[in-house]
Write a protein that binds this ligand. Structure first.
Ligand code: ATP
Ligand code: MG
Length: 415
């Protein structure tokens, strides 16, 4: 029979890859908790409208990347391409929009986008993310960014990334900026990619997010939003930057940062790296003041980010920070009479928090070979004669030394 392969754009997490992946999520979970975020898990598939309403009809995600299908009952459902919309939907569906705001949410899990797979870009990938729901203050934006920075520092990869931030202003700033962009790009209409010509009509800001080479050249010369900010929007942006300074988070202003999704206003930011080739954005987010309303809730200004676990994990690999596999203690019985006591010791070690293993069969030689193969740090050899005297041989497999130890002492020695 033909061997089956993982579906295109999906990948298995095994060994080192799993350990890196797990570490990214564990660190993010622990650090975000220090900032007062609580973890939510929302469904992996949602009513398609959760995404079509929130992400905007012209976003790449909605027009090209969603896994949408009719289920057997005829409902249109979509595998989540991101989790912010789901979190906002959950806030509304669970009646959490009234009291208790702001709410601070952390999530981690798989996301699905129909994309051309390449290094750091998959069809099933994973994100970690945080959201502050119901806070209009620039301090919330700065805290969210500081938490993301802290996570990268704790992972040991912060040296390899740069924070770039921008503002998309408020509605009035964007209105003025949109007009300036339309004027500029209309002058170069025939040099725009077909996609960007469509964007020019539907959502000109989105052109700034284009990955097309020709577009990129035009974008270089485009006007920036800094000249079109209302005094309020400018003050908000100043506030975010002031708090970032206070938190000690280094950043670079970049007027070209717009987010791919429609729901953003004010702060937009990305942590970028030059270490992953074309997939340079590892963590990205911003302020989305209108999204909860799109889900049928009251106005709930919010801010957050999402980060690609695979990309953070690649940075860990790159920096030689793959977490080591645990090194067990091998319990090695010699002779039938030793097998029962060996199982007792095995469980006593595990109960004491020591990773311990036993080979299911084999003589002393075979079992020692297996101990080496699994990277055991020590072997406890239980021979029949010594057992009768209440002792065992404790062998340090790194040093190659061996000593007799009273059975009752072994757990304490290894814990
Ligand atoms: P890109 O510009 O790389 O397509 P994006 O703007 O579509 O990214 P977001 O929607 O902001 O990405 O998602 C946040 C983060 O999730 C990205 O910065 C990236 O680290 C990760 N990410 C997004 N799409 C993928 C994917 N297909 N495979 C792996 N990681 C991804
Ligand atoms: Mg994308």
């Amino acid at each position: 029979m033909t061997q089956l392969q993982p579906a295109r754009g999906t990948h298995d997490l095994i060994g080192e890859e799993f350990r890196r992946h797990h570490r990214v999520i564990e660190v993010a979970r622990r650090i975000s908790a220090l900032y007062g975020f609580e973890e939510w898990a929302t469904p992996i598939f949602e009513d398609t409208r959760v995404f079509s309403r929130s992400l905007g009809d012209t976003s790449d995600v909605v027009t090209k990347e969603m896994y949408t299908f009719q289920d057997r009952g005829g409902d249109s459902v979509t595998l989540r391409p991101e989790n912010t919309a789901g979190v906002c939907r959950a806030l509304v569906s669970n009646g959490l929009t009234q009291g208790g705001l702001p709410r601070k949410v952390f999530y981690a899990g798989p996301m699905f986008r129909y994309e051309r797979p390449q290094k750091g870009r998959y069809r099933q990938f994973h994100q970690i993310g945080i959201e502050v729901l119901g806070a209009a203050e620039p301090l919330a934006d700065a805290e969210v960014i500081a938490c993301g920075w802290h996570i990268q520092q704790e992972l040991g990869i912060a040296e390899g990334t740069v924070l770039e931030i921008n503002t998309l202003g408020d509605a009035a700033s964007r209105e003025a900026y949109r007009a300036a962009l339309v004027a500029y790009f209309t002058g170069h209409r025939d040099r725009l990619s077909p996609d960007s010509q469509t964007r020019l009509e539907k959502n000109p800001l989105r052109i700034l997010d284009s990955k097309d080479k020709g577009d990129r050249a035009l974008i270089e010369g485009a006007p920036t939003i800094f000249d079109h900010l209302t005094p309020e929007a400018a003050a908000f942006f100043e506030g975010v930057m002031r708090h970032l300074d206070r938190f000690g988070v280094p950043f670079r202003k970049n007027p070209r940062i717009v987010r791919g999704l429609d729901y953003y206003s004010h702060t937009a930011f990305e942590f970028v790296t030059d270490r992953l080739g074309a997939q340079g954005t590892v963590m990205a987010g911003g302020r989305y003041d209108g999204l909860v309303e799109e889900m049928g809730g009251p106005p709930t200004p919010s801010v957050g980010w999402a980060a690609g676990v695979e990309r953070l994990s690649l940075l860990l690999a790159e920096a030689g920070l793959t977490p080591p596999a645990p090194r067990p203690v091998a319990v090695v019985p010699v002779g039938e009479a030793a097998e029962g006591p060996a199982l007792d010791l095995l469980q006593a070690l595990r109960r004491a928090g020591v990773v311990a293993e036993i080979a299911y069969k084999g003589n002393l030689k075979r079992r020692m070979e297996r101990a080496n193969r699994i990277g055991a740090r020590a072997a406890v050899i239980l021979g029949e004669d010594e057992l009768a005297k209440g002792i065992a041989q404790l062998r340090d497999l790194d040093a190659g030394t061996q000593e007799s130890v009273a059975i009752g002492e072994i757990v304490r020695r290894l814990a």
